[in-house]
Design a protein around this ligand. Structure first.
Ligand code: SF4
Length: 604
């Protein structure tokens, strides 16, 4: 088990039973780790038709073979469950130190099943594993509870925690860690909340065996050296993901006022250098990271401290809701972190609600007198609080934009910016066909991190509808998630331009198994198809219609900004899907063909 913790921990919240079993070697062979393990467990263990917020659903947390070792960015783990937001596959990764600590406690996966009656937290101190009473922490915000648990147990313990959003069943509630990192997407926090599990408190002190210590040291140092030598290091460390705010604004990819445009006239105040000068106090990184992109900030206006905001939050809780002052965005970020709700989905539903209000589809009677206009920070703050409590208009918005739009109706579905029920993350896809098909086909809903193809659109021509674009997206979808499988950060490859081949000798030195990118991309493709099969199994009639983008992107060209007047035609959207299905080896309704499943060893 070189490179692995070696154990799967299973905790039943209904019975209190806690068991451990060895990690199956064939699972490592076929799925490697992290997100690969989790999609396998989800498919195998959660019964068809399980209520996402019922006792049959499970939450799987897995790290990977590179987690917790001297690997640049080896601190990621994946949270997977049946999504209460979409009814399909949810997978969300988190950085920080939790993943490494799991490895030191000898764990590859934590499986949480059943549903408790009273609030508890899971306490893990190496081989000592217990459920403990959490009534003193229930109701606390994520940051408050993490601080309290650290004070009780000490800084060595790593903590994953939910806030009121998860406790109250907000369908896009997050699991938070390290005072501001979120596993935000798909409602993993709501699943933890309904199980009455407030937190996981974790410490491990065990060593991790590696196959070849000398080669590990050499390959690990080569990766660190490449990061150190990268020209991208300095700007990346200075600004983190906020480095792309100005670029997105300039190319028309910055979501603005509920994605009605891709450029924000107030955007310049949100740019990375302005933020650095105005609010950033220090840099903050995950375990083993040589290029810390986290920014720890202080707002004078609110006298508050927050990790962030990073790009997605600036896009969704800044320009997308019309906020142009970085201090307001940072404060909205802090509220989401404390209350435990996904900043992306929260910005998406609030942007939609503001558009409804400005169009008269929601009135002061619906908002309780809140002036829900774009650019009103007080309204944003109040709505975040209402969402987390599921009170007032927040009760509607806590269900996510797809359900909320269905309830409000009157055309509001057309500007509900979601795919498969998940609010789109912060890239406006007007006339950017690769990024558009990436969002349409993403395995969790409209999320960017599987195939960040917007730069490719700009590189080859944003309006091209050609097989090469689809091919690029599929390659990214098969390859990029391998970082979630390894339990490592992808940003060194994306942002510092690190050669992906540097990871192969490292993986071999750690695990003792030689793998090629061809072999690993096949694993990525297997994972992709297994998640597709999960959607098909769980949602009656699942198919092409579920891959369609919001109507806004093919019916309503932006009126302002650099993409003004530009749109992807409906027939081109259909062409993109046809090309995608064909290249994936799926039929015209998006169902994997028997030969494809055979090739991927997924045939039943
Ligand atoms: Fe974490 Fe950022 Fe470093 Fe990645 S680049 S490991 S997200 S701090």
């Amino acid at each position: 088990m070189n490179g692995y913790g070696g154990n799967i921990l299973r905790v039943n919240l209904t019975t209190g039973q806690i068991t451990k079993s060895p990690t199956p070697p064939e699972l490592i062979r076929d799925y490697v780790g992290g997100r690969g393990f989790n999609v396998y467990w989800l498919h195998k263990e959660v019964p068809k038709g399980a209520d996402p917020l019922g006792p049959d659903n499970k939450l799987f947390i897995s790290n990977g073979p590179l987690s917790g070792l001297l690997v640049a960015g080896g601190g990621k783990c994946d949270f997977t469950t049946k999504s209460p937001l979409t009814g399909g596959y949810a997978s969300s990764s988190i950085g920080g130190h939790f993943s490494a600590e799991m490895k030191y406690a000898g764990l590859d996966t934590i499986t949480l099943e059943g549903m408790g009656a009273k609030p508890v937290y899971l306490f893990i101190d190496d081989n000592r594993v217990e459920l403990r009473d959490a009534s003193a922490y229930w109701g606390m915000g994520c940051i408050e509870a993490e601080k309290a648990l650290k004070e009780k147990y000490g800084d060595e313990f790593q903590i994953a925690v939910i806030g009121p959003g998860g406790e109250n069943g907000v369908l896009y509630a997050s699991v938070n860690h390290d005072f501001g990192r979120q596993a935000g997407r798909g409602g993993v926090g709501a699943v933890m909340g309904v199980k009455k599990l407030k937190a996981i408190v974790l410490r491990g002190t065990q060593s991790v065996a590696v196959a070849n210590l000398g080669a590990y040291r050499e390959a690990g140092m080569a990766l660190y050296q490449a990061c150190k030598d990268s020209e991208g290091l300095k700007p990346w460390q200075s600004y983190g993901t906020t480095i792309v705010v100005s670029w997105c604004d300039e190319v028309g990819a910055l979501p603005t006022r509920n994605f009605s445009a891709g450029s924000f006239e107030g955007g310049k105040t949100l740019y990375g250098p302005v933020m650095r000068e105005q609010i950033v106090v220090t840099d903050k990184g995950c375990f083993g990271c040589p290029s810390p992109c986290g920014k720890y900030s202080h707002t004078k206006r609110y006298n508050s401290y927050v990790e962030g905001p990073e790009y997605e939050t600036i896009g969704m809780l800044g320009s997308n809701v019309g906020l142009s002052d970085i201090q307001d965005v940072a404060q909205a970020n802090l509220l989401c972190d404390e209350l435990g709700v996904d900043t992306i989905s929260t910005g998406g539903v609030i942007g939609w609600a503001m558009e409804c209000y400005e169009k008269g589809l929601l009135t002061a009677a619906d908002t309780g007198g809140l002036e829900l206009k774009f650019g009103n920070p007080a309204a944003v703050f109040e709505l975040i609080r209402q969402i987390a409590r599921r009170e007032g208009l927040g009760a509607l918005l806590a269900q996510g934009v797809k359900r909320a739009a269905k309830q409000v109706g009157r055309g509001s579905e057309k500007f509900a910016i979601q795919v498969k029920g998940m609010e789109q993350s912060a890239y406006a896809t007007h006339n950017a066909t690769a990024m558009l098909i990436s969002y349409m086909t993403c395995d969790v809903g409209a999320h960017h991190n599987r195939a960040w193809a917007i730069t490719y659109d700009l590189q080859v021509g944003r309006d091209l509808v050609v097989p090469e674009k689809v091919q690029r997206v599929i390659w990214l979808q098969n390859f990029r998630p391998m970082f979630d499988v390894f339990g490592a950060c992808r940003l060194q490859w994306v942002e510092l331009g690190i050669d992906r081949d540097l990871y192969l000798p490292l993986l071999e030195a750690i695990t003792g198994v030689k793998r090629t990118w061809q072999d690993l991309e096949l694993v990525g493709e297997r994972i992709w198809n297994l998640s597709r099969l999960y959607w098909i199994r769980e949602i009656e009639g699942f198919g092409r219609e579920w891959d369609m983008p919001p109507a806004r992107f093919y019916e309503e060209p932006p009126k302002t900004g650099v993409t003004a007047g530009q749109i992807t035609k409906f027939e081109d959207v259909q062409k993109l899907l046809d090309m995608y299905y064909e290249q994936r080896g799926w039929d015209a309704n998006g169902q994997p063909a028997a030969a494809t499943l055979q090739r991927l060893s997924l045939a039943q």
